[in-house]
Each structure stands twice: as C-alpha cells, then as structure tokens.
Ligand binder design. Sequence first.
Ligand code: HAM
Length: 420
Amino acid sequence: MIKSLRGTKDILSKEIILWRFLEDTARDLFNIYGYKEIRTPIIEEAALFIKSVGPTTDIGQKEMFVFKDRGGRDIALRPEATAGVVRAYIENILGVSLGLSKFFYIGAMFRGERPQAGRQRQFHQLGVEAIGSDSPFLDAEVIALSEEYLKSAGIKDYRIKINSLGCKKDKPNITDFYKKELKGRIEELCPDCKKRIERSVLRIFDCKNNRCRAVVNSLTPIIEVICLDCQQHYKAVKDSLSEIGCNFIEDSFLARGLDYYTRTVFEITSDSLGAKDAIGAGGRYDNLVKDLGGKKDTPAIGFAFGIERLLIATDEALREKKTTSIKSDVFIATATRSSYNEAFRFLKWLREERFVSEIDYDGRSLKSQMRRAEKLGARFVVIFGEEELKKGRVVLRDMQKGEQEEVELSKAIEKIKGFL
Ligand code: HAM
C-alpha cells in the first residue's frame, strides 16, 4: 500500500471545521486591516528563496525541496511566502498602482525538516506582508494585528517577543561585534556554537544549550550595537505598541533565522507548544524588494503563523466545539424500492432549498436507515412508505422529540421549513 510521505498529513473532514474557522477568522480580520488576499505559485525558481532567506540559513542549506525542470533549472517548493509575494509585487508592478501594498495569504509551505509534533514537511501558513513604508506605526499595526488574530482565534497563552536587528549598514558591525565578544569566551560554548562564531554568529543566540544561553544572556544587547536611527525607530515601535495596548516583551537576543530581516523582528510563542517552537513570527525586510530587483528602496514588514501550530495552541473547548461535524437537517428513508423515485425527487427539492439532506442508496432495512440518520445527527427523517405514498402522505419523524406522524408531503415540507 502506498502511504503518505513522512511529514505530511491528511486533514480529515472532522478537523476541517477548525481549519476553516482559523482561515475565515484570518480573512475577516486581515480584510478589516486593509490586507488583500494574494495567491502566489507553490513552485518558484530556487534562486528566489536562496537570495531571500540566505544561502547559509537552514532553509538555504538543507531544508528546501528542489528539483530540476526539463530546462535544467532548479525549481523549489516554496519554504515560505514572503519571497514569492515580493517577487509578485515587483513583477506585477503593484507598487505603482497601490503605493503601500498590503497582502495576506493562506497556503501550504514545504521544508525538509525532521518531522515531530507541530513540525512537518508540508505545513500551512497564514500571514500578511505590508510593502512600501518604513513608518514605525506600520510595525505596530502588523504586530498588533498578529495579537488581534490570536485573540480572535481564541488563543490565550501567547507571548509576543520583539527586538531590532538594525539596518543593512548595522549588519556587518553587529556580526563583527559579537564575533569579537564570543571569541573571548569560546571555551564556554557548545561544539556547534564554536563553529557558528565564524559562519553565522547570530545563530548562537538560538542555541538551547544552557551554558550557551548563559553566555548569550551576559552579552551586550543587539539594540546597543545598532545605529541611532534604528534605535529611535525601535523606540517609536514600542511606544506606539504601548499606545494601543499591545502586549509585548523585549528580547534583546531575538535574531530570527532568515537573512532578509532588518530592524523590527518579532516572534510569538505559546505555552501549549513550549518556548522551543514559535507559533508565528515576522519582521521588517527593508532591502528585500531592491535585492530581488525592485527599482527603488521599498521597506516592508510582515508575519506568518503556522496553522498546525495554531491548532495545537487553540483552547481545548474551542477545539471540541469546532470538530463536531456538520449535522444533517433531513434524512430520507425509503421503505421499498418503488417509493425511491418519489423520495429522490424530494431529496433534490430539499437540496435546492439548501437543507443538508441525505438518503440511503443501498436498499438497507428501515432500521439501519434510522441508525444512519441518527449517526448523521438528522433533525428530521422523512419516511417514504408504499402505502402512505398512495395517499400522497409520508411519515415525518422528529428525531429531537422522538415523535412521528403521518402527514401530507406538503405538510412535511411546511413543518421542516418551520423548524429549520
Ligand atoms: P518562519 O519563522 O520561518 O518565518 O515561519 C513562520 C511560522 O511558520 C513559524 O513560526 C511556525 O509557526 C511555522 N512553521 C515554520 N516551519 C514549520 C514546519 N516545518 N512545520 C510547521 N510549522 C512551521 C517565515 O516563514 C517568514 N516568511 C515570516 C514573515 C512574513 N516574515 C515577514 N513576513
């Protein structure tokens, strides 16, 4: 038997209600904030992602699913959406018609990670990107929107951590600064972090090793290494977040794993998942548009939540409520084959009238049809019996009350309409 691939999952009908709830909540809320839906291709040139997230990051090094097309080009399944949205923004010249352009997306992403709870190879993100302004108020809008989303989705135990990584000019200074600081303390670091000093020093900030954590926490905060302009920008972001009552925590060593980030970065964790994995994350990427071929400097910011991780973080009660399947309004039971045509016509009418309705196709006994009606949670069962039909009548059973009566078909319709 052919089975699903490791790190991929079927999303079954009983879970779909919760998925749809999370997606619909996002659509409604993002719309209120002026973000318009965009759908970019799942496959792109691999170079787009390597250029965006960076060749030395986990995604750039080993996590992308890449294959050659017939023309010999490297094609990748998208590991994230920001790069594709920026490419679409440039390619469709959206900045000219829209000015500040605000997009949201919901869709599947792919990363070749080791699968575990909340970490898959095909996973889903919902996120926003606002392209075309460096105003700190836009940072506040985007961070506040992520909090508003969590509240609307009924997720309570979240923490929003923020930091600033400075601008393009600050980046080499930051790297040099920490290389110097950490070289002096190399003996205190784990073997992996020892290698990271030269290759990607900021990744040491994410190391879970206790000794490395202790070293990192004693370092000079990133915010003290960045330029005055960026410090002021960061302060303005914090002030406007406080102004609108958004809850955040400053994390001086939050560095994020993707190269395109500049200035504000943020990460959202939930107690339900532990601090290890974020349920969502985002930040500014003020140079990405230009780096990917945009004509002028176009600062931007966005975030993405992982839907599978949101699902883990949703409240038990909500999960319970949203996983009960849609119930049928009416089940049609037929006593004999001869009454089937009439019953089938009635079923068509019910559906035209938008009633959720079902019928048995396999000539099962009345008893087993009633059991199925119960399983489907039908409110009414209409029984088409041969004798009753001769009189133009059917048996209408009210499943909630456990009562039934013989009525004219037109009366049954009236009753069903009255109740549902
Ligand atoms: P990211 O931190 O790589 O950022 O991913 C965002 C979220 O996607 C994570 O917080 C997590 O919830 C989810 N996620 C990532 N990898 C997996 C996985 N293997 N399995 C399940 N969930 C996963 C980005 O992707 C950026 N594009 C976010 C962004 C948008 N920054 C600016 N704009």
